[in-house]
Design a protein around this ligand. Structure first.
Ligand code: FES
Ligand code: FES
Length: 156
C-alpha cells in the first residue's frame, strides 16, 4: 500500500494506510491525536475540524490521500497547558465553553480565520464559526473570545 506523507503540527508524517480512510480516523487512531472529535461523521458539525494550509476543514470528510504534502494543524499543535494560544486564553477568560465537546473544532475554525484575517469583524467571526455546531449554545461568548484574542494578538 503506498504511504501518504504530510506534516502534522510541524512534524513529518509517513502513514501506511488505506488512502480512502478519513483523515479523522487516521489522526485519532494510528497517530493518537484525539483532540479532533467525532461528532456527526458527515462534515456537518465541525467537531473534527483541523487546519489544512490556512483553512479549517472537516477531517471526517477528508480522505487521507487528499492531504499528501499538506500542512495539517490539530488542536494539539495550537498551544499547550503551559503555553496556551491567545485563543485558548480568551476562551477561558470569556467562559466560552460549557461541555467543551465542540471546542477543538471551534478553536481550529477561529485559528484559521485569524491566519487569514488578523482583525476580523464580529460578522466575519460569526461567519467563520457558522458551520461549527455547539449544542450548549455558547456561540455568543465564543465570538467575544475570538475578538478578544484577535485584539490581544494585534497589540502584540
Ligand atoms: S464529525 Fe466531522 S463535521 Fe461532524
Ligand atoms: S460547549 Fe458543549 S457543545 Fe459546545
Amino acid at each position: 500500500m503506498p504511504s501518504v506523507r504530510f506534516r502534522l503540527n510541524g512534524a513529518e508524517m509517513d502513514v501506511d494506510a488505506d488512502p480512502d480512510r478519513s483523515l479523522l480516523d487516521i489522526l485519532r487512531g494510528p497517530l493518537g491525536m484525539t483532540g479532533p472529535h467525532f461528532g456527526c461523521g458527515a462534515g456537518e458539525c465541525g467537531a473534527c475540524n483541523v487546519i489544512i494550509g490556512d483553512r479549517a476543514v472537516a477531517a471526517c470528510d477528508t480522505p487521507l490521500w487528499s492531504v499528501a504534502d499538506k500542512d495539517i494543524t490539530t488542536i494539539e499543535g495550537l498551544g499547550s497547558a503551559g503555553q496556551p494560544h491567545p485563543l485558548q486564553r480568551a476562551f477561558i477568560a470569556e467562559q466560552a465553553l460549557q461541555c467543551g465537546y465542540c471546542a477543538p473544532g471551534i478553536l481550529m475554525s477561529a485559528a484559521a480565520l485569524l491566519k487569514r484575517n488578523s482583525t476580523p469583524s464580529s460578522g466575519e467571526v460569526k461567519e467563520a464559526l457558522d458551520r461549527n455546531l455547539c449544542r450548549c449554545g455558547s456561540h455568543n461568548r465564543m465570538v467575544r473570545a475570538v475578538l478578544r484574542a484577535a485584539a490581544e494578538m494585534e497589540s502584540g
